[in-house]
Every structure is written in C-alpha cells, then in structure tokens.
Write a protein that binds this ligand. Structure first.
Ligand SMILES: [Mg+2]
Length: 211
C-alpha cells in the first residue's frame, strides 16, 4: 500500500501555546499562564471576557503575530524520518483567507505560508515540502473532501471533530494529536502527545529495517 500522510496545520504542526499566553497577558486578560496550553487560556479568556475577545486573540495569533508561533516539538525529526523512508507528506488546513472578526487584517493563508517559509518548509535541506503539498480549505467539510480526494492513508489532527465528519474516508487512519492529553475520545484510531510519539508509532519498525 502506498502511504500518503496528511497533516493539519494550526495547533498540530504549529504550536500557539506560548503565543496565546503572551497575547492574553498583553491584553490584560491573564496575569499567570494556566497549565493546559491554548485550550486552558481559551477557557479563561472566554469565561471572563467573552468569545469575541478570544476570537480577536486568535485573529492576531494566526495573522499579524504568527511569526512568533513555534514549530511543534519533534516535527522536524518526524519529517526527517518520513523523507528518509520516502513517505510523502501533505498539509491540509482549514483556514479562511481573512479573519471574520478582524477587519483589515492580513491574509491568513499568506501569513501561514510566510511562517512555513521562515521555518524552512520549502528548502530541500530544510523540511523539503513543495508549495504544491500545502492545501488551504475554507470549511471543515472542504478540508475532509480534500483529504479524501488526495487519498490520504493517515491524517493527523488536533480536532476530533475532523475525524467525526461523515465524509471522512473510512480507510484513513485517524491520528489525534493531543499535546496536553485532554482530547482523548472515541473518534480517533490513535492518540499521540508529540511528534516523537508519532514517529515511533509509524516509522520505528521501518527505521530499524533500513538502519
Ligand atoms: Mg488544528
């Protein structure tokens, strides 16, 4: 079977935990950073300041301030193993062109591509992606349609809702990326807490065989 590994972008490849903490402190929404990453910050901000406040922080994190977001732990090592074993990777992201709440804000897809470029996605000696390997879709439904059309054999996402979509392809392995360990539910075939975990899960056997 030919493998094709599809990967979500926001909060899967790119980690916003530290950036959301910084933005929430700057906005005066929190004094101390709660444990539990982005989700915990979201819950505090929403409870005290409402959903609009949280949406505006998101618009900043995914747009004007995205350059401060970090590559998720272990992602480079994971990609190196995939490249060594010849396993193709594609990125399929649900991302609107502009924020719905921050009028006049930057093009969020260009911002994501600029972040990728800064993190050496498109360098042969870096992560080795082609621009053609990156797909942005306007809705979750279109994202799942893309996963199906590409024929992904595996998909990695931090949102179980993606796996729960009716049209999600039956044959594709659903891998939930849950760095804070709080999203385990029945919709995934496997749950990993970081990219080293996923490398072990998918490639350990093959890596030993080629070593
Ligand atoms: Mg995501």
């Amino acid at each position: 079977m030919t493998l094709l590994l599809g990967i979500d972008f926001d909060n899967t490849i790119v980690s916003y935990d530290a950036l959301f903490a910084r933005l929430a402190i700057e906005a005066g929404y929190i004094d101390d950073v709660p444990s539990g990453g982005k989700t915990a910050i979201r819950d505090v901000v929403r409870a005290a300041h409402g959903d609009k406040a949280w949406q505006l922080l998101q618009a900043d994190a995914y747009g004007a301030r995205v350059s401060e977001a970090l590559l998720s732990q272990g992602f480079s090592a994971f990609v190196s193993s995939a490249r060594r074993l010849g396993v193709p990777l594609v990125v399929v992201s649900h991302k609107s062109v502009f924020s719905h709440v921050a009028a006049g804000g930057p093009n969020l897809r260009y911002a994501a591509l600029a972040w990728m470029r800064a993190n050496r996605f498109f360098e042969p000696g870096g992560l080795g992606f082609g621009v053609d390997d990156i797909y942005f879709e306007g809705t979750r439904c279109e994202k799942v349609a893309r996963i199906r059309e590409l024929g992904c054999t595996h998909f990695v996402d931090d949102l179980p809702e993606v796996f729960a979509e009716k049209s999600f392809p039956n044959g594709a392995m659903r891998i939930l990326y849950a760095p804070t360990g709080d999203r385990a539910d029945g919709s995934a075939d496997a749950v990993v807490s970081d990219w080293f975990d996923l490398r072990d899960l998918l490639f350990a056997h093959a890596e030993r065989a080629v070593a």
